[in-house]
Design a protein around this ligand. Structure first.
Ligand code: BGC
Length: 368
């Protein structure tokens, strides 16, 4: 589904948004104070560490409320045990549907079984729930495309071409938490682009850390990435060699890497910042993009993801078939979960105003 997938997704997304806007304008389906009645939807989210998850939770809550549903929102603070407990309590409290952004996609099997027995439907949110047949739908972004956008940015900015002889440029690779299923999509999306340039010598990886298992970052912790980067810079960049590009999986990690780089005197005329990628379009990182420290981020409009998930939930709860745009691509090891995937967008200094500020995703007053 990957080649040309982004364009296709964008078209489908537009169609869906147009449809829901039309429905809203004509009052169809959500007049007379909504349709939720006494129904409560459980929203289990993994963490508050990245600001996106706070926005995800607030956006869904708001949309459900507008439709007359009650919500039961919980954050697991990156703890598997806490999330299992939260999900089980939601089922015990009688929540009718669960939207789950998993801390660890593999660890909710028993809780999901409990949900199925109680007749509670489950939507996997952003991160696929793994190894269980008790997952009904999946709402996310095209995670493979996220990694591809990050890598294409690096390739374009370094001017690498198929069969060319640019460089060699030094690159260091980082990935997110090993238990977050998205991480495989992000990393393979990136490496499918970068590999040929590593093979033909236009890119070099001085640390030799190239396999996913070598570059994951426990619970996406920026401090850990910062320490790893510090060690790599100390050990592999001696005698004047410098790093030209860093594949950073998200904005939090990018900020950790930037700290390590600055401590090693990057960001000066003599030693410019390498190209550094990111993800999530967090305000703090957009400010670093404006300041010329981070190069780009991948914007995933969490407002749209919340819309997709809430619409899915409403359809399921009213016995309708939710709209799907990806039927085959999300095998969780036990079942292929029908999904709706949104298209991510590459953002840098040249287009952040139009994409992030004009669309209201970030307030101009929060930017430097
Ligand atoms: C999400 C990213 C986020 C990361 C850390 C991933 O599963 O897709 O948007 O940066 O988790 O929370």
């Amino acid at each position: 589904m990957h080649a040309g997938g982004a364009a296709r997704l964008r078209t489908v997304t537009l169609a869906v948004l147009t449809l829901s806007l039309t429905a809203a304008a004509t009052g169809c389906g959500n007049d007379s104070g909504g349709q939720g009645g006494e129904v409560t939807v459980g929203i289990a989210l993994p963490t508050r560490k990245q600001t996106r998850w706070i926005a995800d939770g607030n956006n869904m809550e708001k949309l459900f409320k507008e439709q007359g549903y009650k919500t039961d929102k919980q954050y697991a603070d990156d703890s598997v045990d806490k999330q299992v407990e939260q999900v089980e309590e939601m089922i015990d409290r009688g929540d009718k549907l669960l939207i789950i952004g998993a801390v660890d996609g593999f660890e909710l099997g028993d809780a999901l079984q409990k949900a199925a027995r109680a007749g509670v439907k489950v939507i996997a949110y952003d991160r696929l729930l793994l190894g269980s047949s008790n997952v009904d739908y999946y709402a996310s972004f095209d995670n493979y495309a996220v990694g591809k956008l990050q890598a294409r940015y690096i390739i374009d900015k370094l001017g690498l071409k198929k069969g060319g002889n640019a460089g060699p440029y030094n690159i260091e690779l980082f990935a997110g938490d090993a238990n977050d299923n998205n991480v495989r999509g992000f990393f393979s999306g990136a490496m499918d682009q970068l590999d040929e340039f590593i093979k033909d010598g236009q890119l070099e990886v001085p640390s030799q850390q190239m396999r996913l298992s070598q570059v994951t970052t426990y619970k996406w912790q920026a401090e850990i990435a910062r320490e790893t980067m510090t060690t790599r810079l100390d050990d592999f960049y001696k005698g004047g060699s410098t790093v030209d590009a860093v594949l950073a999986p998200n904005d939090g990690i990018a900020r950790g890497l930037i700290e390590a780089l600055k401590k090693h005197d990057y960001g000066t005329a003599a030693k410019p910042m390498p190209i550094i990628t990111g993800q999530d379009a967090e305000t703090e990182s957009v400010n670093e993009i404006i300041a010329g420290e981070q190069s780009m981020t991948v914007y995933k409009d969490t407002r749209k993801l919340a819309e997709v998930a809430v619409k899915m939930a409403q359809d399921i709860l009213s016995g309708k078939q939710p709209e799907i745009n990806n039927r085959e691509g999300n095998d969780n090891g036990n079942k292929v979960v029908p999904a709706y995937l949104l298209a991510p967008v590459s953002v840098d200094k040249s287009n952040y105003k139009k994409l992030l500020v004009d669309s209201g995703y970030i307030k101009a007053s929060d930017l430097n």
